[in-house]
Design a protein around this ligand. Structure first.
Ligand code: MCN
Length: 799
């Protein structure tokens, strides 16, 4: 392990070429993101910027949370000028397309029919699309939506996942009693019972993990075309997973995957929900075929909030069994996780993502977790930055603080006594996670040092001079990153320039910069000579996408492996030119040299040129054709890479807060993040990822929360009512890093994209509860709004 609390070690890389010596390496350097000039000056093209003489799609959406459609009268809308078509389920049913977004029933306990792109007759959440209107312009389309008269029969709704499992609650599906889509267990129940029986005490905690809505600045959008002669769809859309969307669109449209090309321009944030399959994009494609016209759809903010997948929404009963000396013996967790009206899954409710992380950084000999995924009359729940891992870490890290309080042990000391030690890796947890590498205590100590922990704890328990209570909170975490496969193609043109194609899709992460750093290093070519292309399913034949903090591990390793293959081939061409064996040639700073004879060398570009001029190269160039239409390819390699197991990132975050007990106002005064994501390709990008994630995590802790009325009406359907964090609610975020490489991929990396959303909620809640502990407060559920904090104070006063 090496401490990487470094300062800035480099800036712009425009005149940098990599070499084999470690000080020349691009990986590890703070190179400015090459995509930023375009993004920050507004020159970037997003889906809604594309026009293509498109007609415009708009939806009639259900105002009812649970019910049935009694009738639809579209005659007035159909008669409006410039309206090209009004469609309802019967039109889909009569078409060659199934028109259903498949639900991954293989991971559920029940058979449910999938999410129809337009409601069949049953309505299961407010905002569900009921009819679609296509018109010459988007304003006419929206006016026509108003003219469609739909009658509904309303039914009692259920929006809370705990209430939904109670006897007598309204049910969403026939044959799914108590709305339980999945009832899954993880860990050894008998061993956990034994551990509980043997422990000195058991501490219980009831927790709500609040429902969140992804609020990417760019709402979801699609522009679909249909080429009737070729039977080919082209869908330009907002996506984190072009190949995933190609597969899902082809299923909904009822065509082979090869008949769908997905092209993704710049994406203005996704946070998980743009990896998910929604009705809007599929309907745009369906309408394009129906009308033989390009059809465009851009969600309004409120549509995005009502139909776009939501996140979290757990109700959990948790118990920790401990001895009086603070040794943790067992953990028992029972969670009801909302999946919304259509059970679309995603990490939050899936035991493999949620329960698997419950051990956090601790040696917990026995864990048992029951997770029930529960249908509710709410928007579908899917992955949102963290996807199951924030929910798990929140349970364990809140429990650690509550237990510490009951035992009268400092919360950091309690954690320290139970940490997995650096010599224990690979470490198998009681819930089946295999941690690859880690040095948890060093990261913890860094965080304590940075936040000034001892000084912060040393307070009188009385409000300070400004009348506010002060508190400090710490949370340790692990995070499963990587998973699945990715394909990376590295192509060298005859002039020695390089194009990298990857199946991932950056929507704010900066892959164009980091993949170029990785490949330039491997090939020893200038950074500026490496171009990175993502987001077109025709360019990269296969891929999985960007989510789960997996791109660097999987996509990065795939492009690195391809670069290594290319380098091997290039070295053998260089050896031919130099008249020596390939074993006697080394690659160094953009050239190949004969070992021991540095004056005998040939440049990488000359080798690329020689490759196309050779017989073998000519054959290669005839077969190859690159994305620019330039047929000449000097070298090309394609790798399908699957990591050798999961890489577990980790860290400790700490915060100091001030709480006004008169008003309930919480201020996060300082925030420190110590993260370990193995080797850091670009420390500036890593820190940017941490900043963004922490801001979102503070948002969850302080203010965000999707609220539904009892009838299933979304009350927070705009940015006025859904309280995102603002600049004033997020302090300067201080970052530090430790570096513990992962042995499970060739570049030693772990993911970083979600760490902030995992660590920040328990860090902030722990700090606020610490601040309010003189008032006898043991727990406050998120979000820590003034109202919730005051309620907690009043309840304790009452007691
Ligand atoms: N990185 C690095 N060194 C590492 C790990 C990562 O330099 N050891 C760099 C990467 O090369 C990449 C970035 O950090 O440029 C994030 O990498 P990674 O952790 O592999 O995560 P992904 O690229 O797979 O991104 C996914 C993750 C997720 S799941 C969500 S949700 C998310 C996020 O990243 N949504 C985002 N970050 C976001 N950032 C922005 N701006 N917008 C979003 O919607």
């Amino acid at each position: 392990m090496s401490d990487a609390r470094d300062g800035r070690v480099g800036g712009d890389a425009s005149d940098v070429s990599a070499g084999s010596s470690s000080e020349d390496r691009l990986v590890g350097r703070r190179i400015d993101r090459r995509e930023d000039a375009e993004l920050l000056t507004g020159r970037a093209t997003y889906t809604d910027d594309l026009s293509a003489d498109a007609a415009h799609l708009a939806f009639v959406r259900s105002p009812v949370g649970h019910g049935r459609i009694e009738s639809i009268d579209a005659s007035e809308a159909e008669g409006m000028g410039d309206v090209l078509g009004v469609y309802e389920w019967d039109d889909i049913d009569a078409s060659p397309s199934p028109g259903v977004l498949p639900i991954r029933t293989e991971s559920l306990d029940c058979e449910v029919p999938g999410h129809p792109v337009l409601a069949r007759d049953r309505i299961r959440y407010e905002g569900q699309p009921v009819a679609a209107v296509v018109a010459e312009d988007r304003y006419v389309a929206r006016d026509a939506v108003e003219a469609v008269d739909v009658r509904y029969e309303t039914r009692p709704a259920v929006v809370d996942p705990a209430e939904a499992t109670e006897a007598g609650a309204p049910t969403l599906y026939d044959g799914v009693p108590n709305n339980v889509a999945l009832d899954a267990e993880l860990g050894d129940e008998a061993a956990t019972e034994e551990a509980f029986a043997a422990a000195d005490r058991v501490v219980e905690l009831e927790l709500v993990n609040n429902r969140l809505i992804a609020s990417a600045l760019e709402p979801r959008a699609a522009l679909a075309r249909y080429d009737a002669d070729r039977g080919q769809f082209t869908v330009e859309m907002t996506s984190q997973s072009p190949h995933g969307h190609r597969r899902k669109l082809s299923e909904t449209l009822g065509v082979d995957e090869g008949r769908v090309r997905v092209v993704v321009p710049r994406v203005g944030g996704g946070f998980g929900h743009k990896g998910h399959h929604h009705p809007g994009e599929a309907m745009a494609a369906w309408c394009a075929r129906e009308l033989y016209r390009p059809v465009k759809w851009t969600a309004t903010r409120s549509e995005n909030y009502r139909e776009g997948a939501h996140a979290r929404d757990h109700r959990t009963s948790a118990e920790l069994a401990v001895d009086d000396d603070g040794s943790v013996r067992g953990l028992r967790v029972d969670t009801r996780a909302a999946v919304g009206g259509y059970g679309l899954g995603g990490g939050a409710s899936m035991p493999a993502w949620y329960g698997r992380l419950l051990s956090s950084q601790y040696r917990i000999p026995a864990i048992h977790c029951r997770t029930r995924a529960v249908f509710t009359n709410t928007a579908p729940v899917h992955s949102y930055r963290g996807a199951g891992r924030p929910e798990a870490i929140y349970v364990t890290e809140r429990l650690m603080d509550v237990v510490a309080d009951e035992l009268g042990i400092d919360p950091v000391e309690l954690r320290r006594r139970n940490l997995v030690g650096p010599e224990e890796f690979p470490y198998e947890t009681a819930v089946g996670a295999s941690y690859d590498s880690g040095d948890y205590e060093t990261a913890l100590d860094e965080a304590l040092d940075a936040i000034g922990y001892d000084e912060a704890r040393d307070r009188a328990g009385e409000p300070a001079d400004d009348g506010r209570y002060r508190g400090v909170g710490v949370a340790c975490f692990t995070e499963s990153t990587g998973g699945g496969f990715e394909r990376g193609v590295v192509r060298v043109r005859p002039d020695g320039s390089v194009v990298v194609f990857a199946g991932t899709h950056s929507h704010g992460q900066g892959h164009e910069t980091t993949y170029a750093q990785l490949v330039a290093d491997e090939l020893g070519v200038p950074y500026d000579d490496v171009e990175v292309v993502e987001g077109d399913t025709d360019d990269t034949p296969d891929g999985t996408g960007t989510f789960g903090s997996r791109s660097t591990i999987t996509g990065g390793s795939a492009v690195v492996e391809s670069a290594r293959d290319v380098l091997r081939e290039a070295r053998s061409v260089a050896a031919g030119r130099l008249g020596v064996d390939a074993a006697d040639v080394v690659s160094e700073a953009g050239a190949f040299r004969v070992v021991g004879r540095p004056e005998r060398s040939v440049s990488f570009a000359a080798v690329a040129r020689a490759a196309v001029e050779s017989e073998e190269g000519e054959a290669r160039s005839e077969n190859g054709s690159d994305a620019d239409g330039d047929a000449a390819v000097a070298f090309e390699a394609s790798t399908r890479y699957e990591p050798d197991g999961t890489a577990y990132a980790f860290g400790t975050h700490a915060a100091r807060v001030a709480v006004d007990a008169e008003t309930g106002a919480v201020e996060v005064e300082r925030y420190v993040a110590v993260d370990d994501c193995g080797e850091r390709v670009n420390p500036t990008i890593v820190e940017g990822q941490v900043h963004g994630g922490v801001a979102q995590g503070i948002g969850q802790a302080r203010s965000e929360g999707a609220a539904y009325g009892d009838d299933g009406t979304l009350l927070t359907d705009s940015m006025l009512s859904y309280a995102l964090p603002r600049a004033t609610s997020v302090p300067d975020i201080e970052t530090r890093a430790t570096v513990t490489p992962s042995p499970r991929n060739p570049i030693g990396v772990k993911g970083i994209g979600e760490a902030g959303t995992i660590a920040a909620p328990p860090t902030v809640v722990n700090a606020v509860v610490d601040a309010l502990s003189p008032l006898g407060i043991r727990h406050v559920d998120m979000p820590l709004t003034e109202e919730n904090v005051l309620d907690a104070i009043r309840e304790t006063d009452g007691a």
